[in-house]
Every structure is written in structure tokens, then in C-alpha cells.
Design a binder for this molecule. Sequence first.
Ligand code: IMP
Ligand code: MG
Length: 171
Amino acid sequence: MPEFIPLISEQKIHEQVKKIGNRICSDYKTRDLVLLGVLKGSFIFLADLTRQISIDHTIDFIGASSYKGTSSTGQIVFTKQPDLELENKDVLLVEDIVDTGQTLLKIIEFITLLNPRSIKICTLIDKHERRDIKIDVDYSCFSLDKGFIVGYGLDYNEKYRNLPAIYDLKL
Ligand code: IMP
Ligand code: MG
């Protein structure tokens, strides 16, 4: 049976999302902000984050998938393209977790072709151990050295996204 070790509480998540939302509000006041959620893992984070951002902004999603089980396949598959026009927009990519950085690299390469004014990165979790790409995370709610976590949108083989807090998964 898998074991779920509590790591980050609902309360802590709420506090951090609120803080990051406030920072985004002041940084993007004179900008044309699009929150671009990376499906599927970011859907709960994005739903909470958008409600902490009081300035006008739009929301879209891009689908990218690379994981099978607890290790990346290395191959990124785009499962959904953005619908909105991103030219001259200030795109803020919203991720659940940045691990190796490969997924974001591919997404940034793709979004760049659409000529946005700016591209920045906002992640719920910045996980360091396996980072192999030099990538600047602009907004991060939590830092993690290593481990495999689930809950609050994060999955293991598509399960456990529904857990309201974040847990270390021991298989
Ligand atoms: P990267 O391309 O290695 O940065 O992988 C990023 C993607 O891998 C994230 O968007 C997640 O979907 C998935 N991922 C990486 N680490 C974890 C984890 O600890 N739990 C759940 N999913 C993870
Ligand atoms: Mg993801």
C-alpha cells in the first residue's frame, strides 16, 4: 500500500498562493497578463491563484505531458495548444512543479514562436535535485530538494490530484 506523508498543509498552501498572487498583481499592473496553465497538474493551483489576482487578466491552458510513474520519459507531448492570441501579451506560465526543467524548456520554445511581449514562470513547487536545464523560475510558492509528491493537482499515474494538501508519496 502506498504511504502518504503530510508535507505541506492546506493552510500553508493558501498563505503562499495569496502572497504570490499579490506579487503578481503589483508586477503586472501596467501589463497585459495571460495566465497560461500547464495541464493537467496546474489546474487546482491556477484556480486558486487567479482568485488572488485582482488586476484584469485572461486565462488559457497548454497541455504538455512527460511523466509515466515517478520518472520522466524525457519525451514531451503537447496535448493542447493555447486558444487565445498571445502576440504582445505578457504570458505567465503556471506549473505545478518544475523538476528537470525539460517540460518548461519545450513550452517556452513553442510559446516564443507566438511572439508574446514577455514570458515568465510561476510554479507551485520548485524541485531542485534533478534540474538539468538552466531555467529562471520567477515565482515559486515552495522549494523542495527531492522526493515525489502528490496532491493539490499533482498526480502519480493520474491519481491523488484530488488530495487537498501536499504529501510525500512512499511506494
Ligand atoms: P520536468 O520536465 O522534469 O521539469 O517535469 C515537470 C513535470 O513532471 C511536472 O509538470 C509534473 O507533471 C511532473 N512531476 C515532476 N515531479 C513530480 C512530483 O514530485 N510529483 C508529481 N509530478 C511530478
Ligand atoms: Mg505538470
